[in-house]
Design a protein. Structure first.
Length: 329
């Protein structure tokens, strides 16, 4: 199993560099950088961090083909691959909160499919035309530079069976963002496998990553209190997507509270069981047990998201010095 860490894009250049040096020393397998709306675009932090990561896969989680054209995405990932010396990966998704920009995520499956195919078309240096339903590229329109690799790994972010099936056809991995629930891997695996079969790909060619808020500290209750506060912001969005959450009354209650921006009410309504499904929280040994459950459930990668701890640096150190060695030992 790969173990990875993710960062929000709200930092200074020197902070990104210091974080990269810190996590590289612990040997995380993957470093991801969020690309959330109204935060810094992921490319800048990724390029700053890549220079200090000696063996770590690195990439955005996630870019979307509605705010950035696949041509530009191909250029971004090609540059990141050069700087990281062939360790880049590309995370793609349909995007969230696009309505705030007046954008509509039309035909998301076809748009994601064509985005992946067009990016690969460009990186491979193909000179023939790309004739999609959404995206088109004229014959002879090729990149005016040579990418380091003609193909980079692609991860699709999703909770849905249809996108999981698409990943089975065209991607290398899916990420279920905001989940620490082992049953989610089993829920989406049959849909991935159906896509693999359609595309004639080998079984197991697409891995499953689960990533969520992580708060690690020796003070277990303080860690879980902060995790509840962090999870409350996105729980009303992701909890309805988890088929193991069957309490309709509870879902209606937290959704209504979030609509009123009463996130403290959502926070108070998060049980220990629910918290463990949607966050990594507690002492290092608590997080180790959670990750072991995900490994048993079929996850190929686990990603620890912000804020990492009551103090971010201390949380990262506990992950690197206590959680990673225990899981790899």
């Amino acid at each position: 199993m790969d173990l990875s860490i993710a960062f929000q894009t709200n930092k200074t250049p020197s902070e990104y560099e210091a974080l990269a040096m810190l996590v590289d020393g612990y040997g995380f397998d993957v470093v991801s950088v969020y690309n959330d709306l109204l935060f810094q675009p992921a490319l800048g932090p990724l390029l700053l961090m890549a220079r200090y990561l000696t063996r770590t896969r690195i990439g955005p989680a996630v870019l979307n083909p509605y705010t950035v054209h696949p041509l530009e995405i191909a250029g971004q990932i090609a540059l990141l691959d050069l700087v990281s010396q062939g360790h880049a990966y590309l995370g793609l998704g349909r995007g969230a909160w696009l309505d705030g920009l007046g954008l509509e995520a039309r035909r998301p499956l076809q748009t994601l499919r064509e985005a992946v195919l067009l990016i690969r078309h460009l990186l491979a240096g193909r000179a023939d035309a790309f004739e999609g339903q959404i995206f088109k590229l004229a014959a002879g329109a090729t990149l005016q530079y040579r990418p380091l690799r003609s193909r980079v790994p692609v991860m699709l972010g999703t909770w849905g069976p249809k996108t999981a099936r698409l990943a089975g056809e065209v991607a290398d991995e899916i990420k279920i963002g905001g989940s620490a629930n082992p049953s989610m891997a089993g829920h989406l695996r049959p849909h991935i496998d159906a896509g693999l079969a359609v595309a004639g790909r080998r079984a197991g060619a697409v891995g499953i990553c689960l990533g969520a808020v992580a708060v690690v500290d020796e003070d277990r209750e303080a860690a879980r209190t902060l995790a509840r506060r962090e999870v409350a912001m996105y729980l009303p969005v992701v909890a309805p997507l988890d088929p193991s959450v069957t309490d309709r009354e509870w879902l209606d209650r937290i959704t209504a509270a979030a609509a009123r921006r009463e996130y403290q009410a959502v926070e108070r309504d998060i049980s220990d069981e629910i918290l463990d499904r949607f966050a990594f929280a507690g002492r290092p040994e608590d997080v180790v047990r959670q990750v072991e459950g995900l490994r048993a459930g079929g996850a190929a990668r686990v990603e620890f998201g912000t804020p990492h701890g009551l103090d971010a640096t201390r949380g990262i150190k506990l992950l690197g010095e206590r959680v990673l060695p225990a899981l790899r030992g």
